[in-house]
Design a protein around this ligand. Structure first.
Ligand code: MLC
Ligand code: AMP
Length: 510
């Protein structure tokens, strides 16, 4: 295996004269930092909704304490898992903070998940409690495991609670959250992130993005994935800044929030920038201090259009559920479109093999998958670098460019879709003989889930999607469907997916 040259140093990210202490960053907990904030500035606003109803640090402390006491009264103890699946809200955030303060492990779960997807997460992680905002989801959870205690995010209760619970005792290496992600196996596995992993990542971002107590983020990304939760929410609480928490992405609410609340930061997946760039109010984004994009490749052309419309040069960065944030374009240096930048403080990045895979190490990198020693062993090299499954190269200035993926993965609108999971669900359809699923280029979604089917009887796209409705979240459903005579295979019988993705197929064209 060949190891290529090392990229430009992460020192580039540091503000002039400052240092980054990797061992300190990896030795604390987010809760430890929050304790300092609520002790030092109890009346400072940390979170608000778009109407301006705010939470001060004192209210954050009290609200999360109350919820932690309620979870404890219901029997929840440190180390047990809590499935969290609701639309973003201040109450939901307090519930998340309550889990971390109690030492319980948060299981953030996509609200689009259907019964079968939830059942898989529940069967695997065996949560003791769930915090959900929909009766249908609560019913599915109960069906999967009647022993799970179910709460709404506001956790209203009339019962007397024991307020002598000891909180904030978690250690850096204790598990803080489990993010479900798949890799190549089709069935999602849980990436266990420690409190120190979360802290190390947001400390690097604080330095790299000059994130300060004066910053106010418009946070419209869902809080059940790394981007909204690990970057947006945890970054805000770490820096001691504030966030306007939106229930979802609506351009007008984003523009109004920026104006009404003097926001300084906006984070989005490329699909959001694609939708914003043509909006009549787009130039209102010009007043922000910083716009960041991640979770999927930001086309260089969109970067240019956005700069033209707003004067903002988007900072593109790269991360993963397993590692939190890894690489970012600099805030004070050159921001290179089409690249994800330079390794963040504390993160080692190397390229190995041909084509070169990106391998990473650092205090932000998780230590393994939940109860999957086999998958964990496969994911790390002999010298403890994590294999990202992404392919990369450095440009002439040492900026990392993501050139492809070694893993089979489609990223649609920032959500990961695993072709194998979709293929397995499609194959259950009685009229489908064979199915291959690939991502095809889409200006809005980045990639669109595209199915190639060999059928016994015609299967219209809408029928296929209704058939999948019970098994798969709607964002995983094919948006494009081709019926073909046969799937292209190589001499070993393996389906040639690259040819499908490039639109080269149909067997008749051969
Ligand atoms: C919604 N739909 C999608 C979709 N999101 N289809 C494909 N891909 C997606 N991502 C579908 C719905 O199922 C529905 O279909 C229709 O679009 C409208 O639904 P909606 O809920 O109104 O959509 P909208 O609110 O517009 O959602 C689009 C979006 C959302 C871009 C705002 O997808 C989103 O918030 N994406 C961000 C995901 C994210 O946070 N990723 C971070 C992962 S962490 P139908 O058929 O019912 O009409 C990570 C690590 C890192 O990757 O580095 O950050
Ligand atoms: P997830 O498992 O949801 O955390 O998704 C992680 C994957 O998203 C990475 O392995 C990359 O493939 C992809 N990703 C994240 N950020 C970027 C980016 N800026 N450019 C390209 N791909 C990205």
């Amino acid at each position: 295996m060949s190891l290529s040259k090392t990229p430009a140093s992460w020192q580039t990210h540091l503000p002039h004269g400052s240092t980054y202490d990797a061992s300190a960053a990896g030795a604390g907990t987010p809760v430890g930092v929050w304790q300092r904030h609520w002790a030092d500035e109890p009346e400072r606003i940390c979170l608000m909704d778009p109407l301006g109803n705010g939470l001060t640090w004192r209210q954050f402390e009290e609200g999360s304490r109350k919820k932690a006491e309620q979870l404890h009264a219901a029997g929840l103890r440190a180390g047990q898992r809590v499935l969290c699946s609701s639309e973003s809200s201040l109450e939901g955030i307090l519930a998340h903070a309550a889990c971390l303060r109690l030492g319980a492990v948060a299981l953030p779960t996509n609200t689009a998940y259907r019964e079968a997807e939830l059942a898989h997460v529940i069967g695997d992680a065996r949560p003791s409690a769930a915090i959900v905002d929909q009766t249908q989801r609560a019913d599915w959870i109960k069906k999967s495991d009647p022993g799970i205690k179910i709460f709404s995010p506001d956790m209203q209760t009339l019962q007397e609670i024991d307020s002598s619970v000891e909180l904030d005792k978690v250690g850096p290496l204790d598990p803080a959250l489990i993010g479900y992600t798949s890799g190549t196996t089709g069935r999602p596995k849980g990436a266990v992130l420690s409190h120190a992993n979360l802290l190390a990542s947001v400390e690097a971002l604080r330095l790299a993005w000059r994130w300060s107590a004066q910053d106010r983020l418009v946070l419209c990304l869902p809080l059940f994935h790394m981007h909204g939760l690990g970057v947006g929410l945890h970054g805000t609480l770490h820096a001691g800044g504030s966030a306007v928490v939106l229930a979802g992405f609506d351009p007008d609410v984003v523009f109004d929030s920026i104006e009404d609340h003097d926001a300084t930061l906006f984070f989005g997946v490329p699909t959001l920038y694609h939708r914003l760039v043509d909006h009549p109010r787009v130039n209102e984004l010009s007043r922000l201090r910083l716009c960041v994009s991640g979770s999927a490749p930001l086309p260089a052309e969109l970067h240019g259009q956005f700069e033209k419309a707003t004067g903002q040069r988007i900072v593109e960065r790269y991360g993963m559920t397993e590692t939190a944030m890894l690489v970012s374009n600099p805030t004070d240096g050159e921001r290179r479109p089409g690249t994800v930048g330079l390794p963040l403080p504390g993160v080692e990045v190397r390229l190995r093999g041909e084509p070169a895979e990106i391998e990473v190490k650092g205090p932000n990198v998780f230590s393994g998958y939940w109860e999957r020693p086999d998958a964990t062993a496969e994911a790390f090299t002999e010298d403890d670098f994590f294999r990202t499954g992404d392919l990369g190269e450095y440009d002439d200035e040492g900026y990392l460019r993501i050139s492809g993926r070694a893993k089979e993965l489609i990223i649609s609108g920032g959500y990961n879709v695993y072709p194998r999971e979709v293929e397995e669900a499609i194959r259950l359809h009685p009229d489908v003989e064979e199915a291959a699923v690939v991502g095809t280029a889409s200006p809005e979604w980045g990639e669109s889930v595209t199915a190639y089917l060999v059928v016994r009887k015609d299967v219209p796209l809408d029928d296929l999607r209704s058939f999948l409705a019970k098994e798969l979240a709607p964002y995983k459903h094919p948006r494009i469907l081709y019926v073909v005579d046969r799937l292209p295979r190589n001499a070993l019988g393996k389906i040639q997916k690259h040819r499908l993705a490039a639109g080269q197929v149909l067997p008749d064209d051969e």
